[in-house]
Design a protein around this ligand. Structure first.
Ligand SMILES: NC(=O)c1ccc[n+]([C@@H]2O[C@H](COP(=O)([O-])OP(=O)(O)OC[C@H]3O[C@@H](n4cnc5c(N)ncnc54)[C@H](OP(=O)(O)O)[C@@H]3O)[C@@H](O)[C@H]2O)c1
Length: 219
């Protein structure tokens, strides 16, 4: 059955390729990014923009079955004491507040209907530490806590979960790893299996911290 997926940050990288694969599997997908044309041009860090976009989606597409909070940014690789305060602010606003903005904009309609899934894209670095990426790690750890708390607030039949997508050669990884990102699979190879696994997620996964490569390995 066709479900409505709302995916933030789907102009490129994981969000774009996942959207294409979900559509190829008969799902309906709407997204947003800062580079898309209106009404899809949304900076998730800006609550008014998110609210306007959500109103458009709810009015014209309906209540999402799945909200995937995928939009994310990182900062230049540097030790924490050399990270710029402006970059820390930006990461907190996009990676953490952006997720809150989307949850508060879409979840009430999902709650009213009594079904739906919120997937917050996390990272291995939301469950471990790594040098040079402390602000990014901090935001993904925040996502893990936010998600587990949200899961405890949801009624039966709904779910919030965090998802570590694995390590994929996207613009973000190039920015962090440089040419070394080429050692990892491209999003084209990741997105088909990822779409299949995401389509298998449901209310039984509420509160879980999932890792896509582990799910794939389990078959
Ligand atoms: N690649 C990996 O190996 C990896 C590993 C672990 C976790 N992740 C997570 O996976 C997610 C996707 O990452 P990616 O590798 O695909 O990164 P990416 O290639 O840099 O893509 C990021 C996407 O987010 C959008 N975006 C950025 N800032 C935004 C904002 N303020 N409002 C709305 N959209 C915004 C970008 O579009 P515009 O620039 O057009 O706005 C783009 O579509 C992120 O949450 C990332 O932390 C990735």
């Amino acid at each position: 059955m066709s479900r409505l997926f709302v995916i933030t940050g789907n102009s490129r990288g994981l969000g774009m390729h996942l959207s294409l694969q979900l559509e190829a599997r008969g799902q309906r997908v709407v997204g947003c990014s800062t580079s898309a044309a209106p009404p899809w041009r949304v900076d998730v860090s800006q609550v008014a923009q998110v609210d306007l976009w959500a109103r458009h989606v709810l009015d014209h597409w309906g209540t999402p079955d799945v909200l995937i909070n995928n939009a994310g940014v990182t900062s230049s690789p540097n030790p924490l004491w050399q990270q710029e305060p402006e970059d820390m602010q930006r990461l907190l606003m996009v990676n953490v507040a952006g997720v809150h903005h989307c949850v508060r904009a879409f979840l009430p309609a999902m709650l009213e209907r009594g079904s739906g899934l919120v997937i917050n894209v996390s990272s291995d670095w939301g469950r471990s530490g790594a040098p040079m990426v402390a602000p990014y790690c901090a935001t993904k750890w925040a996502i893990e806590g936010l998600t587990r708390s949200l899961a405890l607030e949801l009624p039966a039949g709904m779910a919030a979960l965090s998802l570590d997508p694995g390590t994929i050669d996207t613009d973000m990884l190039r920015f962090t790893f440089g040419p070394g990102a080429g050692d990892f699979p491209p999003p084209e190879a990741w997105s088909g299996p990822a779409a299949d696994l995401i389509l298998s997620l449901g209310a039984q996964h509420n509160g879980r911290a999932l890792t896509l490569p582990e799910l794939a390995a389990k078959g």
